[in-house]
Design a protein around this ligand. Structure first.
Ligand code: CO
Ligand code: ZN
Length: 348
């Protein structure tokens, strides 16, 4: 496991719609392992790895003119992260803000925010922390960037920021910000690095604007026009104190999605992944997520419909500055994705 790379991925700036920095990093990591890389008009990074030539696909002796063309498999891991947008700067230089994607205000106070121009601010709440037993609203919070008045403030209306936080290793586990979904990006990068002789044309999409409504995957799925799609993203767990009932546990393997609130995974795709996991003795668990969605939904509804599923990495405290994943689950997700891509895919 390349923890240095995971650290770089999670700590690189890239709130939804502002994915330039993280895209550059991923592009430099992915380029050596694929045949083509392009960026679509919305900003998605699409890396293409051509199917291995016929002999390597185990079809020796067959007239290649009779062989079925390779299938087009789209992977999607979103590279954007949740963040903030400045809505107003007052005369004293305090900046008001709103959310970009799903933030829990309870987790925000005291955290630091980084802006594109390098400005750092701290999120605070009106009247300090006194008498607050309810999550504050955005209208009760502000960002202090150290400015003394509006004119000298280094941030202005429309500037976007993201949480700041270092990745830390906790035994077999990692905690940090934006493991949603930079850990999914890592799974795809690592898979492409290790994948030899896939019989499929693999299109690895590092999508934009997932956190604001699965927007990037929609345009990417249109241009890739896949025969099958797989999203790689985090999912919640049911293993924390008084968590809502959910049958996913950190450390028990890759989660194969059954459904979430945006998509019912194609049962054929789900069964294929379960079979591959069982054949290769890869630990897995089935995921039923009652809230939240992934790029699966956007791929599934592209064009005339695409069989799509999702490999999820179990993650505690999603959308907080201290998300936690287990490296054994990350490894299982990589192993499962490689097993799926290395073998023929024939959906009944
Ligand atoms: Co998310
Ligand atoms: Zn995500």
């Amino acid at each position: 496991m390349d923890i240095k790379l995971i650290q770089l991925l999670t700590e690189t700036w890239g709130p939804s719609g502002n994915e330039g920095q993280i895209r550059n990093l991923i592009e430099s990591e992915v380029r050596p392992h694929v045949d083509e890389v392009r960026v679509d008009p919305l900003g998605n990074l699409i890396a293409y790895k051509r199917a291995a030539p016929e002999p390597a696909r185990g079809r020796k002796g067959m007239n290649s003119a009779n062989a079925a063309p390779p299938k087009r498999i789209m992977l999607s891991a979103h590279m954007d992260e949740i963040g903030f947008v400045i809505t107003h700067v007052d005369e004293k230089g305090f900046a008001r803000f709103s959310n970009v994607g799903g933030l829990h205000t309870l987790t925000l106070v005291g955290n630091r925010v980084l802006f594109a121009n390098g400005t750092i601010g701290t999120i605070q709440i009106e009247k300090g922390l006194r008498a607050t037993n309810e999550p504050p609203g955005y209208d009760q919070m502000f960002i202090d960037v150290g400015a003394t008045d509006k004119r000298s403030s280094p941030v202005k209306v429309g500037d976007m920021g993201a949480l700041m936080g270092a990745l830390v290793k906790l035994g077999d586990r990692l905690t940090g910000k934006s493991l949603d979904d930079r850990i999914g990006c890592y799974v795809v990068l690592e898979t492409l690095r290790q994948l030899k002789h896939s019989p499929h044309d693999v299109y690895a999409v590092f999508s934009v604007q997932e956190e604001v409504g699965l927007r990037g995957a929609r345009t990417a799925a249109y241009s890739v026009n896949p025969d099958m799609g797989l999203a790689l993203d985090v999912t919640l767990t049911g293993d924390i104190p008084e968590a809502p009932f959910m049958d996913v546990t950190l450390g028990k393997g890759a989660a194969i999605k059954v459904q979430d609130s945006s998509a019912i995974a194609d049962p054929r795709v789900r069964h294929l992944m379960v079979k591959r996991a069982e054949d290769a003795h890869i630990p897995y668990q089935l995921e039923v997520l009652t809230a939240g969605g992934t790029d699966t939904a956007a791929i599934q509804l592209a064009r005339e419909g695409v069989p799509a599923g999702c490999i999820s990495i179990p993650c505690r405290y999603v959308h907080s500055i201290s998300e936690i994943v287990d490296m054994n689950d990350v490894q299982a997700a990589i192993d499962l994705l490689i097993a799926v891509l290395s073998n023929p895919i024939d959906l009944p």
